[in-house]
Design a protein around this ligand. Structure first.
Ligand code: AMP
Length: 283
């Protein structure tokens, strides 16, 4: 339908909880009933299809859904050339690694490598010009070296603990992945307006996730230095205090440099620093 967007997301699995959280935080009220495969949104022209992760690129490629949320690994493995990534979503981070039995140094040349990602692995091996054999294997690939089905494995890890539990160690990362929002390369122009509204809400949530609003008192003379540390969106808000030597400054800082920035602000004489979460940020 022209007047609504359809988005395919993972029904149940590693990405589903955070995907639904992102949609909800972005203000989309979706009716979720564990048994149905289609969810309606009550406050936006949006329909949600709940699918297996591996089916998401295909359903977008076939134009059954306008958008999809899946791992970059799933997208790369699917090889649909008519798809593009619109936005990285900052969750579901993992790496596709080559691993082998702990302590046994095996080169990737002329070896059997078991994987459920044969396409990504083939591309990597072609780049390296190796003659390693790819052993397609779906399920618990970690078991294959012990069963002597393969010498190495190529599998997804986030912490690496599953590898270690199976007596394996990482050799190298061949692909980095996180959840991503995908669409057709040639997105239906008649839906562009709805897509823009959808993206404004999603981006407002993504931007706010990495920021904090801070208000502090500081010596007036420290303003130039504080401004460099906490420039805010345009520039910080500065309010005079009854003590002329002091000012109150409000600004936005990045979450991933939070403590570092706070320590530097304190060194410059900032005090009474109040920190507030930002729910949405619309640029
Ligand atoms: P699932 O089908 O539930 O196993 O979800 C698989 C997707 O979750 C993958 O395509 C990855 O994008 C993502 N993911 C994040 N961390 C990991 C991990 N440690 N192992 C496998 N998949 C992961």
């Amino acid at each position: 339908m022209k007047n609504k967007l359809t988005i395919a997301i993972q029904k149940s699995g590693r990405l589903s909880e955070k995907t639904i959280e992102l949609l909800k935080k972005s203000g989309f009220e979706i009716e979720i009933n564990g048994r149905t495969l289609i969810g309606k949104c009550s406050n936006f022209p949006l329909e949600v299809l709940f699918l297996r992760a591996q089916n998401i690129p295909e359903i977008v490629s076939d134009e059954v859904a306008d958008l999809g949320i899946c791992g970059q690994d799933t997208l790369a493995e699917s090889k649909f050339s008519n798809l593009k990534e619109i936005e990285e979503l900052g969750f579901g981070e993992c790496r596709l690694v080559l691993a082998g039995k702990k302590g046994v140094r095996i080169s990737i040349y002329q070896k059997r490598i078991a994987t459920s990602f044969p396409n990504i692995l083939k591309k990597y091996l072609d780049q390296k010009k190796t003659k390693a054999e790819i052993v397609p294997f779906s399920g618990s690939v970690e078991i294959t070296p012990n069963l002597e089905i393969a010498d190495l494995i190529c599998d997804l890890v986030s912490t690496g603990s599953t590898l270690r539990m199976n007596g394996l160690e990482e050799i190298e990362t061949i692909f980095k992945s996180q959840a991503t929002l995908i669409s057709l390369r040639n997105f239906d122009s008649s839906k562009k307006d709805i897509l823009d509204k959808f993206m404004m809400r999603i981006r407002a949530t993504l931007l706010a996730r990495n920021t904090k609003y801070i208000i502090m008192n500081a010596p007036r003379l420290a303003l130039p230095e504080i401004r460099k540390l906490a420039p805010g969106l345009a520039s910080p808000t500065v309010t005079s205090l009854s003590d002329y030597e002091m000012i109150s400054i409000a600004s936005v800082i990045l979450e991933d440099k939070f403590w570092q920035t706070i320590e530097q602000l304190k060194t410059l004489g900032a005090s009474g620093i109040l920190v507030l979460p930002i729910e949405k940020m619309i640029l």
